[in-house]
Design a protein around this ligand. Structure first.
Ligand code: PMP
Length: 303
């Protein structure tokens, strides 16, 4: 593991030196909210662009609000720390950044303070389009958490244990990954990514009231696709629609776009990543890295 420089409790230090107390609400109860962000290296401009940083910071604030913790810093300040941390590492390559606000010190699941924060970047290449492989998914028998139980809308560390049950079960059963149904038995999302399908040339994704994270990549893909003239529907999705889809993919800041080529062993299309899926991934990389100049408001330059 690389021992990168991270920003933790207002200090830049080696990751191996950053510690969390064993009796903290973070360590015992998963009391944290976080963001996973990518930054894309643009070789011709010698620039690194953080993708949709403002939207990630807005969601981080929403997550704090909903779990009733006071964010230790505001977005403008965090943007400065974010830049300083990446610059301290002198990353001039694709980078993935974890940004976490957590219950620090000693306390329990209902503690509200002390609250601390870290920002941890690692060098991480974007998905290789040449090596893109379709994944085999199953519809999980585990149910997605729901708004009145553990709201999936926000990014809380403890929410991921729901994803863990489904993911490990799917792998034990011989699949690559699970797709969750919600309380209403309609399709929600993957264990750590949102879902889109293509049917008859239309791009369809479960609505934001389908027990999904308010995903930034989901919003990006909807906007990108509409700008290219694709019809996009946000609505509730039945399980059997997955089996009949021409194309299917998961999306997220870390995963970018992951093609799914079978669901419960129903082969989708010709069993290869679909042309719309691959086209969207190419467009996503071009926009995120600034090779495609559209949507400049989505890119925050680091240098
Ligand atoms: N759903 C879940 C459960 C996730 O963990 C993620 C990854 N953050 C996503 C969807 C995609 O969200 P985003 O596009 O904001 O990264």
């Amino acid at each position: 593991m690389e021992d990168n420089l991270i920003w933790c409790r207002s200090e830049i230090l080696r990751q191996s030196k950053a510690m969390v107390p064993v009796l903290s609400p973070m360590a015992q109860f998963g009391l944290n909210v976080f963001e996973g962000i990518r930054a894309y290296w643009n070789m011709s401009e010698s620039q690194l662009y953080a993708f949709r940083l403002d939207e990630h910071l807005r969601r981080l604030m929403d997550s704090c609000r909903l779990i009733r913790i006071e964010p230790p810093h505001q977005p403008a300040e965090i943007t400065r720390f974010f830049r300083d941390t990446i610059k301290a590492n002198d990353f001039r390559c694709d980078t993935a950044i974890r940004m976490t606000v957590f219950g620090d010190g000693e306390g329990t699941w209902n503690s509200s303070e002390p609250v601390s924060m870290f920002i941890a970047p690692i060098a991480r290449e974007r998905t290789s389009i040449a090596g893109l492989q379709g994944k085999a998914a199953c519809v999980s028998s585990w149910e997605r958490i729901s708004d009145n139980v553990m709201p999936p809308r926000i990014k809380v560390g403890a929410n991921y244990i729901n994803g863990r049950y489904a993911h490990l079960q799917a792998q034990r059963d011989g699949y690559d990954l699970p797709i969750f149904l919600g309380r209403d038995r309609k399709v929600s999302e993957g264990a750590g990514a949102c879902l889109f399908m293509v049917r008859g040339g239309t791009l369809i994704t479960p609505s934001l009231t389908s027990s999904v994270l308010e995903s930034i990549t989901r919003a990006t893909i909807i906007e990108m696709a509409r700008a290219s003239g694709l019809v996009v529907e946000e609505r509730s999705v039945d399980r059997t629609e997955l089996y009949l889809a021409d194309e299917l993919f998961l999306c997220g800041s870390a995963a970018e776009i992951t093609p799914i080529t079978s669901v419960d062993r129903f082969i989708l299309g010709n069993g290869e990543p679909g042309v719309i899926t691959v086209g969207l991934l190419e467009e996503y990389h071009a926009i995120a890295s600034g090779i495609d100049p559209r949507f400049p408001e989505w890119r925050t330059p680091i240098y």
